[in-house]
Write a protein that binds this ligand. Structure first.
Ligand code: ARG
Length: 562
């Protein structure tokens, strides 16, 4: 049993029977300061019921609560604070890790429910930006957290493969394109054409009109234009898939914007039936003054649909297809208004489930304090970043462990781990200054630091010939207790990270765990052939296990050896 439940259990025996263990459990907190104890129970709610002062209740309870797991129980104002007995509580914690193995940290409250994640979603014929990287890795982290909490997940890559920009691209290709060049280097070449279109359109505004017309033809199924569009799409997807395989991310669906081309009429009809559509300067819009939002554009003057129209159709489709408990849109902060509009319109249509749609925004990567925009060409190619990270990792391995088996795989794990963790340790809403140097640092608070810590633990176990130890008699020293206290926090950290859609919570936790372990390791002779050796090895094993599970949730590999 975990110690919070143990505490709730002891509390239950001392309060009115109308209180369930669950009622008590949700109230239990971790005190702000370590010296106050390991867990705290605030007495405000009980006090109301007993019509007594919270402080008096706390005093009374503190006198009555006892368990071999506690070394001290005391009242501090309205709180009952509990200090664990390090030997007894430590054994309880480590034993549960031993029993549960890789299941330690898992929850079941999500079971039977589905979370749909809209993530990554790059635009074809454009580079995969750092923003798409953030969406991919944060989305993947959140999906893994959801699964660890028991949910089924559906990861959808809502590819940006529809919209006026494809009209423009097609016009540009017809005017200036070269089939061979595109085949050689599709994304870069198509992107160059796209940029050229904008340069030329600044001088010849009639080009814009041509672009719009070409998109309309695409929407209407023109054979030649559709062929070009399909080709651009195939080439782009192939390039994106290279990145996904480097990152180790997989999707359950690649239904992008174009998939909804034949599903938008229904939305427009529904909006008409509910008399939500208004004509404004020839365009069809849903007014959203009541929500203090700008009108949501549904159809342009020429009848062409918009980004919002497709998102409406996609949301309805996803609800039907997956009956989601939650639909998360892991998309940059700059699209906040768009998602408010989409939710708002679905709400007007009477869909209750619109409340279960959540935009999970994140900040930008900045270059010298400025946004890296694709339009202006201030982009950094992710593939290059990953390649560079890989090369650095390889150099490191050559220096530290020239005979390493699987060096290729390890270099990949470490390189990708560096890039991913650099992102995931930040609160997602923060902007991050793009620095290749920072990204590729392997010391300090980095992914490779966690991977090294894990590999170090594994190497101790190998040396002792104890790949999976199974006994823990308890350890009394302070340093091991610090490690065990961190291990205890893993399951609740996973839950908190999920509830906040914040992989960074888990990332920061893993750093704390690694720090406590490294300081333990620095001061203790683990292999020392005494009666405590097995317990120490078991502790090492527990740390390795939690580090590897935790890194796995973040989408980062944990090599056995580095
Ligand atoms: N393709 C869009 C972009 O790159 C992101 C799509 C986000 N998802 C959505 N359902 N709108 O900006």
């Amino acid at each position: 049993m975990d110690l919070k439940s143990a505490f709730a259990n002891v509390l239950k025996s001392q309060v009115l029977s109308s209180w369930t263990e669950e009622d008590l459990l949700v109230l239990i907190e971790t005190p702000k300061h370590v010296h106050l104890g390991d867990l705290a129970f605030p007495c405000f709610k009980l006090a109301k019921e007993y019509r007594k002062a919270p402080g008096a209740i706390a005093e009374e309870l503190a006198g009555k609560l006892a368990s071999p797991l506690f070394s001290k129980v005391e009242a501090a104002g309205p709180y009952v604070n509990v200090h664990f007995d390090s030997a007894a509580a430590g054994k309880e914690i480590v034993d549960s890790i031993l029993q549960q193995g890789e299941h330690y940290g898992k929850h079941s409250f999500g079971s039977g429910k589905t979370v749909v994640l809209d993530m990554s979603s790059p635009n074809i014929a454009k580079p995969f930006s750092m923003g798409h990287l953030r969406s991919t890795v944060i989305g993947n982290g959140i999906a893994n957290l959801a699964e660890t909490c028991g949910y089924k997940t559906v990861k959808i890559n809502y590819i940006g493969d529809w919209g006026t920009q494809f009209g423009k691209l097609i016009v540009a290709f017809k005017k200036w394109g070269d089939e061979e060049k595109v085949k050689e280097n599709p994304i870069a070449e198509l992107f160059t054409l796209y940029k050229k279109f904008h340069e030329e359109a600044a001088l010849h505004p009639s080009l814009e009109e041509e672009g719009r017309k070409a998109f309309k033809l695409l929407e209407d199924g023109d054979v030649e234009i559709t062929r070009l569009w399909k080709w651009f799409k195939t080439e782009s997807l192939e390039a994106f898939k290279t990145i996904y395989s480097l990152l180790g991310v997989e999707f359950d669906s690649y239904n992008g914007e174009a998939f909804f081309n034949d599903k938008m009429d229904e939305v427009v009809k529904l909006l008409e039936e509910k008399q939500l559509l208004e004509t404004s300067q020839g365009a069809k819009v849903v007014r959203m003054e009541d929500e203090t939002l700008p009108p949501c554009l549904i159809k342009k003057t020429d009848g062409a649909t918009l980004y919002a129209t497709r998102d409406l159709a996609a949301a309805i489709y996803r609800q039907r297809e997956y009956s989601f408990e939650e639909a998360l849109y892991v998309v940059g902060q700059e699209q906040t208004v768009h998602f408010k509009q989409v939710k708002g319109v679905l709400d007007k249509l009477g869909y209750e489930w619109a409340h279960n749609m959540k935009h999970i925004p994140f900040g930008l990567y900045l270059k010298d304090g400025k946004k890296m925009s694709t339009r202006k060409g201030r982009v950094i190619l992710l593939e290059e970043v990953l390649q560079e990270a890989n090369t650095m990792a390889r150099k490191n391995i050559k220096k530290k462990n020239p005979d390493l088996k699987d060096a290729d795989q390890v270099a990949r794990d470490v390189g990708v781990g560096a890039v991913l963790f650099h992102d995931l340790k930040n609160d997602r809403l923060n902007d991050i200054e793009f620095s290749l140097e920072q990204m590729l640092t392997f010391e300090g608070e980095t992914g490779p630091y966690l991977q090294y810590t894990h590999a170090r633990a594994q190497s101790i176990l190998r040396k002792a010939g104890a790949s999976k130890p199974s006994t823990f008699e308890g350890l009394e020293d302070k340093a091991s207790w610090e490690v065990i206290k961190q291990l205890r926090l893993f399951p609740e950290t996973v839950e908190r990270a999920w509830r906040n859609y914040a992989p960074s919570i888990l990332a920061k936790y893993l750093l704390e765990l690694a720090k406590s372990f490294n300081s333990y390791y620095g001061n203790t002779k683990i292999i020392n052939d005494d009666s405590k050796q097995d317990s120490r090895l078991t502790l090492v094993y527990s740390v390795a296990s939690v580090l590897s599970t935790g890194l796995g949730i973040l989408g980062i590999g944990a090599p056995e050896e580095m």
